[in-house]
Ligand binder design. Structure first.
Ligand code: B1N
Length: 838
């Protein structure tokens, strides 16, 4: 009876809805106008590009919501094992083009806009970037969400809804300044606020022991409550109806907040205090290496962890009654150590709230967590015990107990070897007692993943050597990948069309391995011609952008040489700049005849320095100082131009990468865990000039070393060279420094580019007796210049260059995030596709 009634009601609703939204250009136009009038509240007779963007975004959003609902109803019905991807950072960039492409309605949208007098590209450019992350790790999360949706996996992403994303970089007089990125200023049509999906998150307070059913039980009496509100961001898959959810949490003052103060009449102060709660999710930490010992950061982490896990457990309990089923139904993935408080939180929920008993809870916890580390350094994230004790007293107890049990087990396994036990311990003793988050994550996760083969090797032999000895089976390699939807289809439509035309199919958009089919046309002259044409058009676009940003006019005949990524000493932007200065010196010393044979270059550098990272900021200034000198040297003209692209972010990357001929990835071998920029350039037919570091090693494996320019010390040589440098230290031996390098260094030091006082400490990083050139610029310089010369030589032979470029794209299939995600799904998460029927 009840069921029949329910069905009748549903059918009536559906008929009122007039079926699903339609995607023909006329229906789309109607919807756009509807949103102009009723959502944006502008007259349908006068609206500008931005308003057209808003209206179109809402039109697309409606369609996403339909699919999102269907997907979730289907997941609810089939109850598959779900993956929860926990990450404190997601770099989504823009959403419009990506959504429209994944929904398969790009042509219809373009036509609809056209008939309303707008152009899709112009409208799409109105959108700002969602920059809720720092760099590679955060963009990786975004690509992986795209792959999870496309491959139909029942997955959720969880993160924080920072009101201020990564700072905007402004360049004043060659210096970086940081401006807040208040990205929500103009609204965000891609999120759905769920005012009813809220959870209380507690902080501070004390732990007390109470009697419960004749047993002693710990309870946490928190001192502060903050509310977490869910904001859902639909993530559409490509070529599927599946649309999954990225749920981001925002902090709101709890209604229970500070009741006491209200009662005592201090109204104004209690409102001000309430407001403070919101600061928790306000701002993203802009340093992608260390933010240690900061209370706000710890608060962010726990706020995120607590809200996500309450949500996950609520969903589990809706569908299941027995916690024994948890490992079959829930996979929790820790994206780096940042969310690893989750481990203590799940233990607390199971032990204190569900009364499961420690051993049973522990057994379950060890089956649900997996962990990916993204770093090469041993000295990972640590939380001072003092902070935890104050902010999360119960969690600290739980961490101690986990550690105690772990060490007891280890004593049985390895004996009373206290120095070894001290290394394994989750708790670091010493001046600042702290919790080692990586140790915690390794002990409690069933899988520990590295992000490239080389990275995994280092994890096994160095970083986590002791753990590898204990749990060899946990350690796995999941080489990173990037989404060909974002990095070819969205950002390089010309190349997309060309690939589809020559492969005779668009299937590569879901199956990147098909790109290898391009090899069949390797020597086809028409193919070459079209290939070069696509690059030329992309270079034109980039040249216009460069002129608009920096006023520098660049020649399209020049080789566009690009290095864009966060500024770090280990990434060696300084090597690039020194190479540019050397090139300048060479040009100055050449006669007219020799100059005619030179390949003109446009050297493009972009990236942000962490606000407190002085040396990185000096690198940015040096780049500008060198650019000013060279670009204004009329004697050099188009032979060499240097450009710094300000405020590098996802949308800038989408413009720069397709227009690059050559890209540089210069990290000292053994420092870049993977790198993903290299893959994006590879997919866009840009040749790589790179060290054998991180995932580049696998790119070399895939396309062969003849098809890129590899240079520099290999991983196993780096340690030796460092030792050698140090042994040279005692008697200063400047003669050991290659002449070219010494000359370039001296020019910077002596003020050839001005600001010599300011650059002094930068120069010292590569000088003996000071920084001792830890990153080995001196010893790699010669080999770097040789690789540069090889690139020049190859560029002269455009046939050869084009072949290398084609082979790069053809070999990029392995570096699709689809491959990475499928591997994770099958071997780590043990989840299966769950495809929502049409
Ligand atoms: O993660 C990327 C790798 O491709 C890069 O090689 C690696 O450097 C990068 C703290 C990080 N490692 N660690 C971070 C980011 C934010 C933060 O707050 C650390 N990012 C990486 C993807 O695997």
């Amino acid at each position: 009876e009840g069921l029949g009634e329910h069905r009748a009601k549903a059918e009536r609703m559906f008929s009122l809805m007039d079926g699903f939204l339609k995607n023909d250009p006329i229906s789309l136009q109607k919807d756009i106008l509807h949103h102009v009038e009723y959502t944006v509240a502008r007259s349908r007779f006068s609206f500008d590009d931005f308003e057209a963007y808003q209206a179109l975004a809402h039109t697309v959003r409606d369609r996403l919501i339909e699919r999102w609902h269907d997907t979730h109803i289907y997941f609810k019905r089939t109850k598959p094992k779900r993956l929860y991807f926990l990450s404190l950072e997601f770099l989504m960039g823009r959403s419009l083009s990506n959504s429209v492409i994944n929904l398969g309605i790009e042509d219809q949208c373009a036509e609809a806009l056209n008939q309303l007098g707008f152009e899709f590209e112009v409208v799409a450019e109105q959108e700002g970037d969602a920059a809720l992350g720092n760099g590679g790790l955060a963009r990786l999360s975004a690509c992986q969400m795209d792959s999870l949706a496309t491959l139909d996996y029942p997955a959720w992403g969880y993160g924080l809804r920072y009101e201020y994303g990564l700072f905007r970089q402004i360049i004043v007089d060659g210096f970086q300044h940081e401006k807040p990125d208040y990205w929500l200023n103009f609204g965000n049509p891609w999120e759905i606020e769920r005012i009813h999906v809220t959870y209380e998150v507690k902080f501070y307070g004390t732990v007390e022991e109470v009697e419960m059913n004749g047993e002693k039980q710990k309870v946490w009496i928190p001192g502060e409550t903050v509310e977490a509100v869910a904001y859902d961001n639909p993530i559409p898959g490509y070529g599927t109806r599946n649309t999954i959810n990225l749920r981001l949490w925002a902090a709101k003052p709890s209604s229970k907040f500070d009741l006491e103060a209200y009662n005592t009449g201090d109204y104004i102060n209690s409102v001000v205090n309430r407001q403070n709660a919101e600061t928790i999710s306000n701002v993203l930490y802009p340093d992608d290496r260390s933010h240690q010992g900061k209370e706000l950061r710890l608060k962010q982490q726990y706020f995120f962890v607590s809200a996500s896990l309450q949500d996950i457990m609520r969903r589990f309990k809706e569908e299941h009654t027995n916690f024994d089923e948890l490992p079959e139904k829930v996979a929790l993935h820790l994206n780096d150590t940042h969310p690893s408080l989750s481990i203590a939180e799940v233990m607390r929920m199971l032990v204190d709230e569900e009364h499961l008993g420690w051993h049973k809870a522990w057994d379950i916890v060890c089956k649900i967590f997996s962990f990916t580390t993204h770093t090469m350094v041993t000295d990972g994230e640590k939380i001072p015990v003092e902070l935890l004790e104050n902010l999360l007293p119960r969690h600290l107890e739980i961490l101690y107990e986990i550690n105690f049990n772990f060490l007891e087990e280890m004593k049985k396994r390895i004996g009373l070897d206290y120095s070894r036990l001290a290394l394994l311990s989750i708790v670091e003793e010493g001046a600042m007692k702290s919790i080692r988050m990586a140790n915690l994550a390794i002990v409690c996760s069933h899988t520990v993943n590295g992000v490239s083969k080389l990275h995994l090797e280092k994890l096994k032999t160095k970083t986590f050597k002791d753990f590898y000895g204990l749990y060899p089976e946990k350690f796995q390699c999941k080489t990173n990948g990037v989404s060909q939807r974002r990095w070819i289809v969205v950002s390089n439509p010309g190349l997309r069309d060309l690939i589809s035309k020559w492969l005779g199919t668009e299937a590569w958009i879901r199956d990147a391995d098909l790109l290898s089919g391009l090899r069949d046309h390797l020597d086809n002259a028409d193919f070459h011609l079209e290939w070069k044409m696509v690059k030329k058009v992309n270079k034109m676009r980039l040249a216009e952008y460069i002129e608009a940003m920096s006023g520098v006019k660049v020649s399209l005949d020049a080789m566009f040489d690009v290095q864009v990524k966060r500024i770090h000493e280990y990434k060696r932007q300084l090597l690039n700049i020194f190479g540019i200065i050397h090139r300048y010196n060479c040009l100055k010393n050449m006669d007219k005849d020799s100059r005619r044979k030179v390949v003109p270059r446009v050297c493009i550098i972009g990236g942000k320095a962490a606000p407190g990272y002085e040396i990185a900021k000096k690198i940015i200034k040096l780049c500008h100082a060198v650019a000013e000198k060279i670009n204004n040297d009329t004697d050099i003209g188009d032979l060499l131009k240097v450009v710094f692209i300000p405020d590098y972010n996802v949308s800038v990357a989408e413009l720069v990468i397709p227009g690059a001929d050559l890209s540089q990835h210069l990290s000292t071998a053994g420092n870049e865990a993977s790198g993903t920029g290299n893959m994006k350039f590879l997919m866009n037919g840009c040749l790589l000039l790179a060290t054998a570091d991180g995932s580049t090693v696998e790119i070399i494996e895939e396309i062969g070393e003849d098809n890129l320019f590899v240079f520099g010390a290999k991983v196993h040589e780096v340690e030796k060279r460092r030792q050698k440098r140090l042994s040279n230290l005692a008697p200063l031996q400047p003669a050991k420094v290659p002449l070219h390098f010494a000359r370039v260094l001296r020019m910077v030091r002596d003020g050839y580019f001005g600001h010599n006082d300011y650059f002094k400490s930068l120069c010292e990083t590569v000088e003996f007796g000071f920084g001792n050139d830890y990153y080995l610029l001196t010893s790699d310089f010669g080999s770097y210049l040789e690789a540069q010369a090889a690139a020049d030589k190859a560029f002269v032979n455009q046939d050869k260059w084009t072949r290398m470029s084609i082979l790069s794209v053809a070999g990029s299939g392995r570096f699709s995030s689809d491959r990475t995600i499928q591997d994770y799904a099958e071997s780590t998460w043990k989840i299966s596709p769950c495809r929502c029927p049409l």
